[in-house]
Design a binder for this molecule. Structure first.
Ligand code: BTN
Length: 250
């Protein structure tokens, strides 16, 4: 059970539903928004039967103490830099989870410890009277709860911090950090957050392989532009990556 008692946010999490089991918390948050739910609503679940990841992948969501969370946002109008929202979410999670040695971001918004993934983000939006955005994130809290097939690529928080992880307290910290970043982003845009994002991203300045649609290439990750797209220097010149997977070249 995740109960948000000691929460010091402005609105995030003031409306909160916790479910024993859902298909996907993102779907429940989207339908709650459609039914008129407020900006900042939060849906959590113990387990998901159809957890979704980025790029059409699934998100393994066993019961046993991980975090599966969706936050519903109402964004005033369609805006050019909305594509950067996911990066700002990654930054908020990075700040809420830290400090942890080796913590960093991988474009666009995976939270890593070393080279293994601690948390992932899936943002989905719908254009209605206002733009309804669902920010979904999953955080691995207990090594025991991770599918053994993923052990090489995934890391849990209890491998990195001493003592038990208090789930409700952590969720409150994450929502506070997310709200701080997203409030400022929705008011002033991505520019305010760009340098902090670049500082947290462990791929900037390193050689990466990009797979984006049918295209695949290697180069050095240079920075992100004002819309959050990744710029990669290749032998053929600078390429701008708006979607896809970016992995280090070993
Ligand atoms: C990724 O890294 O591929 C994104 C993973 C996002 C998983 C979370 S868990 C809560 C929310 N509900 C979902 O179905 N997906 C997101």
């Amino acid at each position: 059970m995740v109960e948000l008692r000691s929460l010091s946010t402005r609105v995030f999490g003031h409306a909160h539903e916790h479910h024993a089991s859902l298909g996907s918390t993102n779907d429940r948050a989207a339908s709650w928004l459609r039914e008129g739910g407020p900006h900042g609503l939060v849906v959590t679940a113990e387990t998901q039967s159809a957890g979704r990841g980025r790029n059409g992948r699934s998100w393994s969501s066993p019961p046993g103490g991980n975090l599966y969370v969706s936050v519903g946002l109402r964004v005033g109008s369609a805006r050019r830099d909305l594509s950067a929202l996911g990066l700002v979410v990654g930054l908020g999670l990075y700040e809420g989870l830290g400090p942890i040695e080796g913590l960093g971001l991988k474009w666009p918004n995976d939270v890593l410890v070393g080279h293994r993934k601690l948390a992932g983000v899936l943002c989905e939006s719908r254009w209605a009277q206002d733009v309804e955005v669902v920010v979904g994130f999953g955080v691995n809290l207990r090594r025991e709860g991770i599918d053994p097939a993923l052990h090489e690529r995934a890391v849990a928080l209890d491998e990195r911090v001493a003592g038990p992880v208090e789930r409700a307290g952590l969720l409150a910290r994450l929502l506070e950090a997310l709200e701080r970043r997203l409030d400022a982003f929705l008011l002033m845009g991505f520019d305010e957050h760009r340098q902090a994002y670049l500082d947290a991203n462990v791929q900037i300045g390193t050689r990466v392989r990009v797979v984006s649609g049918d295209e695949s290439f290697e180069g050095v990750a240079v920075d992100v532009d004002e819309d959050g797209a990744l710029r990669v220097r290749t032998d053929e010149g600078l390429k701008v990556v708006r979607a896809g997977d970016v992995n280090r070249v070993r």
